[in-house]
Design a protein around this ligand. Structure first.
Ligand code: RP5
Length: 163
């Protein structure tokens, strides 16, 4: 483990996933959690996936956020090679609007969990928040920042429909 390794690794099957997955990074930035992002494709770069997943824990990562679309095998395959928590984000696909991604990620066999989020940007944003919540269990300062984030979010919701 190295002190400089960000606790959160955001991996995705393609650069085309970044417009969605950057929502996770934005939430982590907001909460003061360091991250790094990599393109790791289960199908196009399987050796890169193997190297990443088998080394992620020793490298010092604590949580993996994995986003993919279509035949979205990346989160499940990453989870099969590490005991770090893996948060799966189904990226919205063109052909099937992300239902393919969702079902590919959520329907894991018993024993190899992937915590599956909503399809698309809401799922990516929530993956960032959830990763922070996991890390906050052992980081009181982050827990306070999360609490402030949630309070500000609540305060921002107007009760009335008029301007
Ligand atoms: C998946 O295929 C990626 O996660 C992406 O969502 C989808 C399409 O990839 P590109 O063809 O845009 O590279 O592997």
């Amino acid at each position: 483990m190295t002190a400089s390794t960000p606790p959160v690794a955001i991996i995705m099957g393609s650069r085309s996933d970044w417009p969605t997955m950057k929502l996770a990074a934005e939430r982590l930035d907001q909460l003061g959690v360091a991250w790094e992002a990599k393109v790791v494709s289960a199908h196009r770069t399987p050796q890169r996936l193997y190297d990443f997943a088998t080394n992620a824990k020793a490298a010092g990562h604590k949580v993996i956020i994995a986003g993919a679309g279509g035949a979205a095998h990346l989160p499940g395959m990453a989870a099969s090679m590490t005991d770090l928590p893996v948060l799966g984000v189904p990226v919205q696909s063109k052909a099937l609007k992300g239902m393919d991604s969702l079902l590919s990620i959520v329907q894991m066999p018993g024993g190899v969990p992937v915590a599956t989020l909503a399809i698309g940007e809401a799922g990516a944003a929530n993956a960032g928040i959830l990763a922070a919540q996991i890390l906050a269990l052992s980081d009181p300062a982050l827990a306070e920042r999360l609490s402030a984030f949630r309070a500000a979010q609540t305060a921002s919701v107007a009760e009335t429909v008029e301007d």
